[in-house]
Design a protein around this ligand. Structure first.
Ligand code: XMP
Length: 323
């Protein structure tokens, strides 16, 4: 019968059989899937695993620390953190178009990750033969039934290496659904904040700033987002809403008043949605008191924000994210 204990036991045995005495690399995104996949592999092969986290500077408040401190404390994994914040900011400078931003972020991510893989290979030698991926069962079904090397989200060929060096994939979550992955993660002792994390896009806050992405704008949005998340959690609404993007309209300004002065600041958009699978969504009917608290706090605590607006559009026609 299906128990998380059985799943863990089976997968640990399978990973040991597959990897043997060799070494593996796992990219962490801050999300549930990669964290649980890494924790399983860590349990199976311990220090033969090296995890890599690319800090692109587009994460929300506290998320990088969750990986660097809490994930490592829970699993004991070797973690290589690559601070690529400057590089991503440079690459995104002057860019406002959503698709261009996505392409740049994706491209830079692969480059930085491949560079990290190369360094690990150089340090640890040719025994590094495996790449861990947090592929879930629905990912495989959606892509038409992958074979273990076909269905991957990032490249498994490492740039700058001889052609004959290719990683074999380890995909310990291939048979699991999302809720099962969360249960396995919990059983493995991963922090609640990681295991219960709501969906968050790979390009991160980069696609929640409508306009050019800059350090100041990211810092501002991080503060506003942290307040919204804090209040939604305090109100016990985390399970009720699917996710709540917080968006900065960086190119829009409106007039406001504070004390005896006129302000001319940016609006923040709250986009709370309910959904089953993100394909369609409805806007969440959040209690007015919660919205009021979030609005008051954001306008009081975040400099340059003088208005909070609520997105009341379903999907379709609106998407969940603004970009
Ligand atoms: P949209 O905006 O298309 O989003 O309604 C649907 C779901 O997908 C998430 N999302 C992404 N996730 N990489 C991701 O990993 C992305 O580029 C990306 N774009 C959107 C979004 O947060 C929502 O849950």
């Amino acid at each position: 019968s299906w128990t998380t204990g059985n799943v863990i036991e089976e997968q640990v045995a399978a990973i040991r059989a597959q990897v043997g005495g060799k070494r593996a690399i796992c990219g962490l995104s801050g999300g549930v899937d990669s964290a649980v996949a890494a924790a399983l592999v860590q349990k199976a092969i311990g220090s033969q695993l090296t995890c890599v986290y690319v800090d692109h500077g587009l994460m929300r408040k506290g998320e990088t620390e969750q990986v660097e401190k809490d994930f490592v404390a829970a699993t004991g994994a070797n973690l290589k953190v690559v601070d690529a914040q400057e590089r991503f900011l440079d690459a995104l400078a002057g860019v406002s178009d959503p698709e261009t931003k996505r392409k740049i972020i994706g491209r830079e991510f692969i480059r930085v990750f491949e560079q990290a893989q190369l360094e690990i290979l150089q340090e640890e030698g040719p025994e590094v033969a495996f790449l861990v991926q947090g592929t879930l069962y629905p990912d495989i079904v959606e892509s038409g039934g992958g074979t273990g090397t076909a269905n991957i989200k990032s490249h498994h060929n490492v740039g700058g290496l001889p052609d004959d060096i290719e990683f074999e994939l380890v995909e310990p979550l291939r048979q699991l659904f999302k809720d099962e992955v969360r249960m396995v993660g919990q059983e493995l002792g991963l922090p609640e904040e990681i295991v219960q994390r709501q969906p968050f896009p790979g390009p991160g806050l980069g696609i929640r700033i409508v306009g050019e992405v800059t350090k100041d704008r990211l810092d501002l949005l991080r503060e506003a987002d942290a307040i919204a998340r804090e209040e939604l959690t305090a109100a016990g609404l985390d399970r009720e809403i699917w996710q709540c993007p917080v968006v900065l309209l960086a190119d829009v300004r409106s007039v406001g008043v504070q004390g005896d002065g006129r302000t001319y600041g940016h609006p923040i958009v709250l986009r709370p949605v309910s959904s089953e699978d993100a394909m369609t969504a409805d806007w969440s009917r959040l209690p007015y008191e919660v919205l009021a608290k979030i609005s008051t706090r954001i306008t009081n605590e975040v400099a340059d924000v003088n208005r909070v607006v609520l997105d009341v559009t379903s999907k379709p026609p609106g998407t969940i994210e603004w970009e």
